[in-house]
Unconditional design. Sequence first.
Length: 186
Amino acid sequence: MQRRQIARFAAALPLLAAAPLLTPAPAQAATRTEIDADVAAALTRLRGMENAAPLFRSAQAVLIFPRIVSGGFIVGGQYGEGALMRGTATTGYYNIAGLSFGFLAGAQAAGLAMFFMTAESLRALMSADGWEIGTGPTVVALDRGLQANATSTTLTEPVYAITFGQQGLMAAVALNGTKITRITPS
């Protein structure tokens, strides 16, 4: 009997560890000031990643979500808010949201930077009334190994995505099935 209780506790431990990330927060969007401060901190972190330098040099714009919270058990979801940067100017605010279904359990918070390499891919984002990833320009997720080999001559896709600052128990931010929508924070 005692072994069974230990086994149940061990199986529940990952979910218990993820509980602080799953605690509901008030349904309140961040203000422009809050988003700008989070994006500035994320930009500092991203610019410190030497493998991201070719992306910054070649990108038309960068859409930065400093913190995307993901979680679920069988059915999951993710949500975050960020800003589109062209050079040092903010040209719009966006949220990212998605649902997933399948074999998943846990919670995670991570940042996401999407580098729009062509004017066409940037226009697709800006002209869409909610851009669902996978229905427009190709988005290539770069892991650390691919980032290390990225140069201005090897960057040929319209959009590159990098996750950063992962915390929690899920593997990565899922991009397929997510929707990016322009918002107007206060």
